[in-house]
Write a protein that binds this ligand. Structure first.
Ligand SMILES: *[C@@H]1O[C@H](CO)[C@@H](O)[C@H](O)[C@H]1NC(C)=O
Ligand SMILES: *[C@@H]1O[C@H](CO)[C@@H](O)[C@H](O)[C@H]1NC(C)=O
Ligand SMILES: *[C@@H]1O[C@H](CO)[C@@H](O)[C@H](O)[C@H]1NC(C)=O
Ligand SMILES: *[C@@H]1O[C@H](CO)[C@@H](O)[C@H](O)[C@H]1NC(C)=O
Ligand SMILES: *[C@@H]1O[C@H](CO)[C@@H](O)[C@H](O)[C@H]1NC(C)=O
Length: 206
């Protein structure tokens, strides 16, 4: 059963073209208080909306919890993220700007906030962890990003979507009320938490 299905999937992908996405430049938010886990400024990538999508905003959260290990790598360090990715990342899936692959959101403003926080954007600790030389200021990163987005148009959004995958999906659950409170009553605000709920239990990999 699996083989014909796989072939069918591959054929339909070939017929439709490959969802390769468009490359979007990674930028740093050089605000003084917001810092990623390794002390580098937090990173984002922004693809502006167009056509009848100009009043619609999609904020996507990428995030991990294993701060200590991952901050040594691109997932937790803006500096390493930019050097490893050569300065840009592909926007795919719900971030794709081609209506064939992303019919509902392709022309929305799309704003991806990267890893580098380590706590689902909840931590707000002034002191640097001296043992590991890490900074836990995710809540400040989230706030600084929102402050950046509201004046450039998100404050008057007709539709606003907060989404995230994995730990970013957890961050979406944790931030949804706070996100909704940024908007006028007339703005339609929705959330997509993709694999964002973690059950307390033994890890199946253990
Ligand atoms: C979207 O992707 C399809 C399939 O690859 C392609 O044929 C089409 O030209 C693309 N549309 C735009 C506007 O780039
Ligand atoms: C995006 O960048 C990658 C790596 O540099 C490159 O291989 C790819 O062709 C680029 N995609 C587009 C759509 O330009
Ligand atoms: C701690 O990290 C900062 C970057 O935030 C770096 O400048 C400094 O050299 C590091 N200190 C140690 C002891 O590794
Ligand atoms: C970045 O550029 C280097 C050197 O040109 C190349 O080897 C590497 O594959 C590139 N990485 C990506 C993610 O495109
Ligand atoms: C998608 O974004 C890329 C890079 O910014 C751009 O070259 C391309 O024209 C865009 N596609 C559409 C359909 O707007």
């Amino acid at each position: 059963m699996a083989t014909p299905l796989l072939i069918l999937t591959i054929l339909s992908l070939v017929a439709a073209g490959i969802d390769a996405g468009h490359n979007v430049t990674i930028s740093l938010l050089d605000s003084a208080i917001a810092r990623g886990a390794d002390g580098t400024p937090p990173a984002y990538a922004y693809s502006p909306g167009f056509g009848d999508g100009v009043d619609n905003w999609h904020v996507f959260l990428e995030n991990v919890d294993d701060c200590l290990n991952r901050c040594r790598y691109p997932l937790g360090s803006s500096a390493k993220l930019i050097s490893t990715k050569n300065g840009s990342v592909p926007f795919e899936g719900m971030l794709n700007n081609n209506s064939t692959f992303n019919p509902d959101f392709y022309n929305w403003h799309m704003f991806k906030i990267f890893y580098c926080d380590g706590s689902s954007f909840m931590s707000n600790v002034e002191d640097v962890d001296t043992k590991h030389n890490l900074t836990y200021r995710g809540a400040r990163i989230y706030d600084a990003m929102m402050e950046e987005l509201l004046p450039i148009g998100m404050g008057n959004a007709k539709n606003a979507l907060l989404s995230g995958t994995s730990a970013g999906g957890l961050a979406t659950i944790l931030h949804c009320d706070k996100f909704q409170s940024l908007f006028h009553k007339t703005t339609r605000v929705k959330f997509v938490s993709d694999t964002g709920f973690f059950v307390h239990g033994q890890d199946y990999l253990d």
